[in-house]
Ligand binder design. Structure first.
Ligand code: ADP
Length: 228
């Protein structure tokens, strides 16, 4: 199988005032199409920074990120945004639904903005898939945390992404709700053939993925294939 994400010699620092903090150094790995992959490690070890670089949300100081055959540093901001719209889905710990839109609109509007046809129909189908076919007209404030994250899953899969990045997708949910959301995430991933990259501190969740990358102090401490 072809690799969908290749990370080579990646390094990233943050500078504030006269201080520079090296957050990632000498990061190398690749992810195969349709693989499930998790990034684990202590808080502050650089996981979220790494995910942002993988998704082209931020630029590395050095090294390369090749997403679906395209080296991201060769692109302009606009080109990177286009690539994200086309190939990438995101799920965040805090759901990030737009509060002024209904559940249905939260899924449909990004599609409409990209010029997709039948956005409302597709959004309705996805809401049904995540078990919220009857909640389309509810605003985020009228939904529980688990329901909001399910809407966020529907939104993340709406553009048929090749790769989906999820940053602590169960971090704001109780254990039982988190499990439901994770089951759904893996089901959709399998059904739609998406590559899944998770950041999590939950080893039980990480062990559900095929590969686990452990980051410590900004460097790769381990890369293991989980026993499935
Ligand atoms: P993790 O996801 O493993 O908790 P992060 O990637 O969020 O780690 O952060 C790694 C380190 O980089 C932390 O020390 C954090 O405080 C710092 N950091 C993260 N984002 C920024 C930023 N935008 N500016 C400055 N420092 C940052």
């Amino acid at each position: 199988m072809a690799s969908i994400l290749e990370i080579s010699n990646l390094a990233k620092s943050y500078t504030s005032g006269s201080k520079t903090l090296k957050v990632l150094d000498d990061i190398n790995f690749s992810i195969t199409e349709k693989e499930t992959f998790s990034i684990v490690g202590p808080s502050g070890s650089g996981k979220t920074t790494l995910l942002g670089l993988c998704a082209g949300l931020d630029k590395p100081d050095s090294g390369t990120v090749t997403l679906n055959g395209v080296e991201l540093s060769s692109l302009t901001e606009d080109e990177r945004a286009l690539l994200r719209n086309k190939d990438v889905g995101f799920v965040f710990q805090d759901f990030q639904l737009l509060p002024t839109l209904t559940a249905l609109e939260n899924v449909a509007v990004p599609l409409e903005l990209q010029g997709a046809k039948h956005a409302m129909k597709k959004a309705a189908e996805l809401l049904t898939k995540v078990g919220l076919g009857d909640r389309g007209n509810h605003y985020a404030s009228q939904l529980s945390g688990g329901e909001q994250q399910r809407v966020a899953l529907a939104r993340a899969f709406a553009n048929d992404p090749k790769i989906l990045f999820a940053d602590e997708p169960t971090g704001n949910l109780d254990a039982e709700t988190g499990e439901t959301v994770v089951d759904l995430l893996f089901e959709l991933n399998k059904e739609l053939g998406t590559t899944l990259v998770l950041v999590t501190h939950d080893m039980e969740l990480a062990q559900k993925t095929q590969n686990i990358l452990t980051i410590k102090g900004g460097r790769i401490a381990d890369l293991t294939k989980a026993s499935l």
